[in-house]
Design a protein around this ligand. Structure first.
Ligand SMILES: [Zn+2]
Length: 118
């Protein structure tokens, strides 16, 4: 199930931003967006960091909202990351989840994002 089917996603989406990711150095365009969480109120931020849902690749629970070690900014991870389970982040299921969540974020900020659409 995509995160966009989860009511919690729709509480986070006002604070989420999909930014095209340009790989450092090489300049190769990565088709996945960076899915950032920006300006979240403290209470929601704490709730988001504690939140767990099933990974689209393996089905095991994981924390989709992560805090970067440097700087403390938050981002959305579409599956388990490389540290936890090497295979998940490279699956088609993870790529599809990233694409759907990115689309939903863009649609929301364009005034077209509703739960019914995703
Ligand atoms: Zn996984």
């Amino acid at each position: 199930m995509t995160f966009t089917k989860d009511p919690f996603f729709w509480r986070l989406v006002p604070y989420m931003d999909a930014r095209p990711y340009l790989r450092e150095g090489g300049g190769h365009f990565n088709p996945r967006d960076r899915l950032e969480c920006v300006g979240m109120p403290a209470e929601l931020r704490a709730e988001a960091l504690a939140y767990r849902k099933p990974c689209p690749a393996c089905g095991l629970p994981y924390n989709p909202i992560r805090e970067r070690a440097s700087g403390g900014s938050l981002y959305f991870a579409c599956s388990h990351d490389l540290d936890t389970n090497k295979s998940c982040s490279r699956t088609k299921a993870a790529a599809q989840e990233a694409a759907i969540v990115g689309q939903a974020i863009r649609a929301y900020h364009a005034g077209r994002g509703t739960k019914a659409l995703f």
